[in-house]
Ligand binder design. Structure first.
Ligand code: SF4
Length: 224
């Protein structure tokens, strides 16, 4: 496996890069948003739990059916674990996901009459809900600025010289410092889309990348 060179990040320079990169990517992906389908915060919470180690396309296929059957936190909390497992099986890691969903919904019933809360503290107090899931829900269901650090955000932040951290929580705090708060949610969507379309993991398409002139890793495989 190729050893990656370490990128040194200067906060002021990183903030300047964000200032340059953001409008370019925003112009290319003006309608960037989560690819997960949902109609309310509970559906997004469930879809995000299901999306771990699974593609959004597959999650959407599964939720299209299960959301007809489970319409409230009570429906999930009162269902048999084995039935939930069977219903979400094709998303992978179905046992752990079913336990997380059932326990989270049981807690929601006890704590807030089944309503999904809109704060980081309350969301991460739910079983199986970490900062990434909480940020997806906050940013997309409640309009609270939030950066969800998935694999694309981690990879692109490193390549673009925005953070030296690959730990998602440390990276999130780094990005919080250099991205204007009102743009947090959109910035993570932009990085995810750019990571899927151009700055792909194995071989980024630097020659055709619209932000290459701001990117320390452009055409430099040692920094990929
Ligand atoms: S220049 Fe290359 S490494 Fe940098 S963001 Fe674009 S595709 Fe990724």
């Amino acid at each position: 496996m190729r050893k990656k060179a370490k990128i040194k990040v200067d906060k002021a320079a990183a903030a300047e890069r964000v200032k340059n990169i953001y409008p370019v990517l925003k112009k290319i992906y003006p309608e960037a948003k989560t690819a997960l389908h949902f109609k309310n915060p509970l559906e997004l919470l469930i879809a995000t739990i299901l999306s771990a180690q699974c593609t959004d396309t597959r999650v959407n296929r599964v939720t299209e059916e299960v959301f007809k059957k489970y319409k409230s936190a009570g429906d999930w909390a009162n269902a048999e674990l084995q039935q939930i497992e069977a219903d979400i099986k094709s998303t992978g890691f179905y046992h752990n996901k079913a336990v997380s969903i059932k326990n989270a919904c049981t807690n929601l019933l006890r704590q807030s009459a089944g309503k999904v809360p809109d704060t980081m503290q309350e969301l991460t107090s739910l079983p199986g809900v970490g900062r990434k899931t909480a940020n997806v829900v906050l940013g997309n269901a409640f309009g609270v600025p939030a950066i969800a650090c998935d694999t694309h955000v981690i990879r692109l932040s490193r390549r673009l010289g925005l953070s030296e951290n690959t730990n998602p929580v440390k990276l999130e705090f780094d990005l919080n410092e250099i991205v204007p708060k009102k743009n947090w949610t959109m910035f993570s969507h932009l990085l995810i889309l750019h990571g899927r379309n151009t700055c792909i993991a194995r071989k980024p398409d630097c020659p055709n990348c619209p932000v290459a002139k701001y990117c320390p890793a452009a055409d430099n495989p040692q920094l990929w």
